[in-house]
Design a protein around this ligand. Structure first.
Ligand SMILES: Cc1ncc(COP(=O)(O)O)c(C=O)c1O
Length: 372
């Protein structure tokens, strides 16, 4: 059997009519740049995140970069970032001239270790940028507390966590992205909410930040040919916004299908010795952007799956502090031991809303065979 890592075709088939309708609407109207669907999608996505404002941008990386700019991050500043994430988290900081300061992760949730944040704070620290890796929310109640104590901003990298949520200290549940000062999302096609190309979103409750974001994404404009700041061309396309509006209606049910698939994996893989299944705290809703397992025999498993027609991906084989792009920061092997260990053991196996139970069973059986 051949099992893809993700099958976007199945979700597009489900809403093809809606997608074609929105494309035709934009073709007819011709409002390709910052058209009606961008505004409407921003309103709908802000509501989804329970924030006052949302600003559509060209990618998740742009969202992180513009979010940093909007709170005044620049050269001389530092932003705290987990050492185990996709490189774009740190790039958003680096583009401003600021320094990403890495902090190791927790061995169970793979998110930033809240017990190691305080020792990374200096007089130059401007913000903490937690990542809700794989769709499991970072410990936001603790992070918000530290940020308050040190007067820091919090920029959530929610690129992998559309619709995830976490129980806060007052007992309320909050959607990831809508908790910190700013939340950043990617609509890269394979994300839980994915465009048919690149796209991103920044959400916030802060009017000043919102006003800055509107300018930064659109040439620093205050009117058609009046520019108040050095801005960028970093807008979400109307075509993509229309398609994302159609997909947003499905997001909760597609997330629930991922959760159901994960529960089947958890049950079957939990019985196999040598496999660590994802840990889910009782205070979070994990949306399984990826389903990542761990094994000391990761490479054998990866090859065994490949030989049996199953696509797996390693998210991520090299932690950020060991990336060549960041060699100037002077880190070495051993600096962030948990990230390094996870990078050697982790592997993501097929996960998408429409994956079938028999496909999950096939993947699990291959894993069982390789490890026996
Ligand atoms: C954690 C994380 N942050 C940021 C990004 C960047 O998003 P994009 O690819 O839309 O620029 C991604 C996705 O690629 C991601 O997984």
């Amino acid at each position: 059997m051949k099992i893809q890592f993700s099958d976007l075709g199945l979700q597009h088939k489900e809403i093809k009519k809606d997608i074609m309708q929105s494309v035709n609407k934009v073709l007819k109207k011709g409002d390709f740049i910052l058209g009606d669907d961008v505004r409407l999608f921003e309103e709908e996505f802000a509501k989804f995140c329970n924030t006052k404002y949302a600003v559509g941008v060209s990618s998740g990386t742009a969202a992180l970069f513009l979010a940093c700019l909007s709170i005044g991050v620049g050269p001389q500043d530092e932003v705290i970032v987990p050492s185990f994430t996709y490189i774009a988290t740190a790039l958003g900081v680096s583009y401003t001239g600021a320094k990403p300061v890495f902090v190791d992760i927790e061995e169970d949730t793979y998110n930033i270790d809240i017990n190691k944040i305080k020792s990374a704070i200096t007089k130059n620290t401007k913000a903490i940028m937690p990542v809700h890796l794989y769709g499991h929310p970072a410990n936001m109640p603790a992070i918000m507390k530290i940020a308050k104590e040190y007067n820091l901003k919090v920029i959530e990298d929610a690129a992998q966590a559309h619709g995830a949520s976490i129980k806060m200290e007052d007992g309320s549940w909050k959607v990831t992205g809508g908790i910190g000062d700013i939340g950043c999302f990617s609509f890269y096609p394979s994300k839980n909410l994915g465009a048919l190309g690149d796209g991103g979103m920044v959400v916030t409750n802060d009017k000043e930040i919102y006003k800055k974001l509107l300018m930064f994404r659109d040439y620093g404009r205050i009117s058609k040919y009046e520019h108040a700041i050095i801005g960028y061309n970093s807008r979400l396309d109307t075509l993509q916004a229309g398609i994302l509006r159609a997909k947003l209606k499905k997001l909760n049910s597609w997330n629930n299908m991922r959760i159901k698939a994960a529960s089947i994996y958890n049950k079957l893989l939990g019985e196999i010795e040598g496999v660590v299944v994802p840990m889910v705290l009782s205070t979070v809703k994990h949306v399984y952007h990826v389903y990542a397992i761990r094994s000391k025999k990761r490479d054998e498993l990866f090859n065994g799956l490949k030989d049996s027609g199953v696509s797996a991906i390693i998210h991520y084989p090299i932690p950020l502090h060991l990336q060549k792009a960041y060699e100037d920061l002077g880190h070495k092997t051993g600096d962030f031991p948990v990230s390094e260990k996870i990078a050697q053991e982790i592997m993501s196996i097929p996960m998408y809303p429409h994956i079938k139970e028999k496909e999950i069973k096939y993947v699990v059986n291959v894993i069982k065979k390789v490890l026996s």
